[in-house]
Design a protein around this ligand. Structure first.
Ligand code: MN
Ligand code: MN
Length: 468
C-alpha cells in the first residue's frame, strides 16, 4: 500500500513545478510508439544530409500524401494540401483550414541546413603529389572535430550549357570517402600549444581527394589532372564548372542507435532535422485543421537566415499574403493573428560540462520537448522573447493533450548564446516561441538526441496544429 502523504508533501504537489522524467508519464505502449516514430526519422536522416536532399525527400513524401504545387490563381477548399518549393532548398507545406487564413494561420518553422564544409569556388589543387579540395566551413563548428573522420560529398554542379549534375558520393557501401588529415601526436608539439579554437585553422580544412598521377611522360600536376579526368568521365564536368556549384562535405557516419538500451540516436545533422521531421509528420497527420496550417523547412539558419532561401527573406511572407488574397483579407492582418512554433533544438544538460548550464533553467534529455522562451546573448539581444500570453497558450495546449514538455535556456547568462528563425517570423508580427529537442554535442559531426524527446516534439507540433 502507498504511504499516506503528509501535509507538506501534499502542498508541494499542489504548488511546486517539478521536472519529470518521461518514464513516470509514459506507458510501455507509448514508448513503443516513440521508438517506431524514430525509425522513420532515422531513414530521413540517412537520406537527407543536405538541405537539397531534404527538400527532395519531403516533396516525394508530400506528393504521395496528396500535396500539389501551390498556385495562387486557383481556389482551394478546406483540407486541400499544397507545397511551395523555394529553389530546391526550402519548402513550405500547408493544409487549408476550415476557416482558411482569415483568423491567422498556424506555422511550425524549422531548418534543414546543418554545419558542414563547403567547397570554395576554385577548390581543386595539387600539393606534394596529393590532390585536395579547399573548403570554407558553413555555420558554427569546432574545426578540430572535422579532421580524421570520413566525409561524403553532396551537391550540384551547373555545367557551361546549364545542365545540372547531382553529386552524392561517399554514403553507399563501397563508395570512396574523403578526409581532412591531422598531425600525428609525435609531431604535434607546436599544434598542442595552440588554443582549442585554433587547433585546426580554417585554411587547414583541406580535403584529401586522391594521390595517383595521370599516366604521362611529361606534364605537371598530373595527380590533379587524373582527378579532373575521373570527374569528367563520371559527371561530364570540367574544372570551371566548380565555379557554378554548391558542393558540401558532410560526415559519412551512418545513423545509429546509441546505448545498450537503444534510447538515443547518434547522427550527423540532428540540428535541425530532428525538428523538421516532426514538423513534416505533424502537417501530414493533421487532416482537417480549423485554421490553415503551415510547415516551413528552411535553408540558411546556420548562417543567420540571410539569402533568398533563408527565413530572413520574404518567401514565407509572400505565401501568407497569397493565402490572404484568396480569402479577401489583408496579408498583414493574417500575419498579426498568426501563431508559430519555431521548431529548433536546444543544448541538453551534459554532466561532462555542467558549469555552462543554469541547472534550474536548462533542458534535460528524456524530459520531453523543450520550450525556449528566448535565445540571444548579452542580455537577451538578438532574440524574440515570447510573450507571457503566448507562453500561457502553448502551455495550455500541451498540458491539455498530455504532451511531455520542459523549459530550457541556452546556457548560463553571458556564457555564450545563439539564435533561431524565431525572431525573423516574430518580426512579421506573428506570435512565436521556440520548441524542439534537447541535443548533446550540438554542431559536432555526430550529435545525440533521445527518441522520447523526438516523439514528444512531434506530438507538440501536432497538438499545436489541432488546437484552435
Ligand atoms: Mn538549429
Ligand atoms: Mn544550429
Amino acid at each position: 500500500m502507498e504511504k499516506e502523504k503528509n501535509a507538506a508533501e501534499l502542498l508541494m504537489e499542489k504548488l511546486a513545478f517539478k521536472k519529470e522524467h518521461f518514464s513516470k508519464a509514459m506507458s510501455d505502449e507509448e514508448i513503443l510508439k516513440a521508438d517506431g516514430f524514430c525509425e522513420g526519422y532515422k531513414h530521413f536522416l540517412q537520406e537527407g544530409k543536405t538541405e537539397r536532399e531534404c527538400v527532395e525527400y519531403v516533396l516525394e513524401k508530400a506528393a504521395a500524401k496528396g500535396f500539389t504545387e501551390f498556385d495562387k490563381t486557383k481556389t482551394y477548399k478546406a483540407g486541400d494540401k499544397v507545397y511551395v518549393n523555394n529553389r530546391g532548398k526550402s519548402v513550405i507545406l500547408a493544409v487549408m483550414g476550415k476557416n482558411g487564413a482569415k483568423e491567422g494561420v498556424k506555422i511550425v518553422a524549422s531548418h534543414i541546413d546543418s554545419p558542414r564544409l563547403d567547397l570554395k569556388p576554385t577548390p581543386l589543387y595539387e600539393d606534394s603529389e596529393l590532390a585536395y579540395f579547399k573548403t570554407h566551413y558553413y555555420g558554427g563548428i569546432k574545426k578540430y572535430q572535422w579532421v580524421a573522420i570520413p566525409l561524403s560529398l553532396h551537391g550540384v554542379m551547373i555545367k557551361a550549357d546549364g545542365e545540372s549534375v547531382k553529386i552524392n558520393i561517399g554514403e553507399k557501401e563501397g563508395e570512396p570517402k574523403f578526409v581532412v588529415t591531422d598531425l600525428l601526436p609525435h609531431l604535434g608539439k607546436e599544434q598542442g600549444t595552440r588554443n582549442l579554437n585554433e587547433g585546426i585553422k580554417g585554411e587547414e580544412l583541406n580535403i584529401l581527394i586522391g594521390s595517383r598521377p595521370f599516366k604521362s611522360d611529361a606534364g605537371s600536376e598530373l595527380v590533379k589532372l587524373n582527378i579532373l579526368n575521373i570527374l569528367h568521365e563520371k559527371y561530364g564536368v570540367t574544372e570551371k564548372d566548380f565555379i557554378s556549384a554548391e558542393l558540401e562535405l558532410v560526415p559519412a557516419f551512418p545513423v545509429s542507435d546509441i546505448g545498450f538500451d537503444r534510447s538515443l540516436i547518434g547522427a550527423y545533422g540532428h540540428d535541425d532535422r530532428v525538428c523538421a521531421y516532426p514538423a513534416m509528420e505533424a502537417v501530414f497527420d493533421c487532416d482537417a485543421p480549423e485554421r490553415t496550417i503551415v510547415t516551413v523547412l528552411s535553408d540558411k539558419e546556420e548562417v543567420g537566415s540571410d539569402g533568398n532561401t533563408g527565413l530572413n527573406s520574404s518567401y514565407l511572407k509572400y505565401f501568407i499574403y497569397d493565402l490572404a488574397d484568396m480569402d479577401g483579407v489583408k496579408g498583414r492582418d493574417v500575419l498579426s493573428k498568426s501563431e508559430c512554433l519555431s521548431a529548433d533544438v536546444n543544448a541538453g544538460f551534459d554532466p561532462n560540462f555542467p558549469s555552462v548550464h543554469d541547472k534550474y533553467n536548462c533542458c534535460t534529455l528524456n524530459h520531453g520537448a523543450v520550450i525556449t522562451k528566448y535565445t540571444g546573448a548579452r542580455g537577451k539581444s538578438g532574440t524574440s522573447d515570447a510573450s507571457a500570453e503566448f507562453m500561457g497558450k502553448v502551455r495550455r495546449v500541451l498540458d491539455n493533450a498530455n504532451v511531455s514538455w520542459q523549459i530550457g535556456e541556452l546556457g548560463k547568462v553571458d556564457e555564450g548564446g545563439g539564435g533561431t528563425v524565431a525572431m525573423y517570423i516574430a518580426n512579421l508580427g506573428v506570435d512565436v516561441v521556440d520548441l524542439g529537442v534537447p541535443v548533446l554535442s550540438m554542431h559536432a559531426p555526430y550529435e545525440i538526441v533521445s527518441k522520447f524527446d523526438v516523439y514528444s516534439t512531434y506530438r507538440a507540433c501536432y497538438e499545436f496544429y489541432k488546437a484552435d
